[in-house]
Design a binder for this molecule. Sequence first.
Ligand SMILES: [Zn+2]
Length: 421
Amino acid sequence: MTYLKPFAIVFVVAAQTLAAQAAPALPMSNAKVRAALDLIKADNAWTMQQQTELTEIPAPPFKESKRAAEYKRRLEALGLRNVRIDSVGNVIAERRGTGNGPTVVIAGHLDTVFPEGTDVTIKRDGGKLRAPGIGDDDRGLAVVLAVARAFEKVGLQTNGTVYFVGDVGEEGPGNLRGMRYLFGKELKGKVDYFISVDDTGLGIASRAVGSYRYRVSYKGPGGHSYGAFGIPNPIHALGRAIAGIADVQVPTTPKTTFNVGVIQGGTSVNSIAGEASMEVDMRSEDAKSLATVDAQVQRILRDALAAENARWKGPRAASAQLTMRIDTIGIRPTGAQSDNAPIVQTAIAAGKALGFTSTTSASSTDANIPISLGIPAMRIGGGGTAEGAHSLGEWYDDGPNGYVGPQWAALIVAALAGVHQ
Ligand SMILES: [Zn+2]
């Protein structure tokens, strides 16, 4: 464990200045933890089997129930008790601790981005397994099962209770509904640490990218482009708005972005459209910067409406004033969590103990909800390599040491929940 020494020194210094930020010690000397790590490696084929079998059960947004039922069955088969499906469809298995440690949730998401009817059969191509969802997030679901199985098989007694979860609604349309319910109702006030195992690799997403997404529509009576000329035009209003949004200035640090991703409207070249709409997305890892760009965009939307209505004078124009409607597609909250947070430091230390260096980044995942609530949380990769997430060409390759992913997750959970030495 010589490579752990630098971390230990850093930790001692940090502990003197920031006692509340102390990262839990890694339980590397605990025989049962070591046995759990060995078992995960030895039974890697079992983990791969979970991943491939779950991939072949379709789970479109809002249609995760078939995969959820199977996930529940598999958790029960491992010997876990109190396995339930909550009212939004999350599968939750509870593994009781001795009662004097932090409660930890480890979760993978059940949903994919793929619509009903997508071919989810796995095609083997050398070391690569090709199928939509195989990495994002069937890898995460398999890792959660592998950790639960290892803890059960070796009889690891954690201090804190550990919840093993397969959640719904992580992808765009789901708008994190599984997490909103888990933290807002089902396990409200009970969770001390949250880990989302999402996608592959050995990276840590420690900061949450928040987002606002809107569908904006301008509407009017419309009419003939020649005969009704002189009334406000919804497409022109939309154009004014897009031109304004295109000129918005945002900081590079913290990274803050905006995008008009979809535009729609109009019926023919010689008609003033009755409606024109767009979908706008804004993101930032900083709540204040996100609120600032949102306020700018909202003002531009109103100004575009006012400018187009003011452009045309007279009674005909006055009776054809445009209206605007803003529908929320999704809001993902962000929140402050630094890389010095004990949960992040524990993940980095656990990676070092297993022989790799993990880097941190910001992303938009299930961890957004707990981070926005001030609950320590992160997304970790499930190991292996993959490409093409969210595309039909998605593939996963376990490589020679894919098992390191579930080992890492197991070590982090054991460290955070605490184990009986
Ligand atoms: Zn995912």
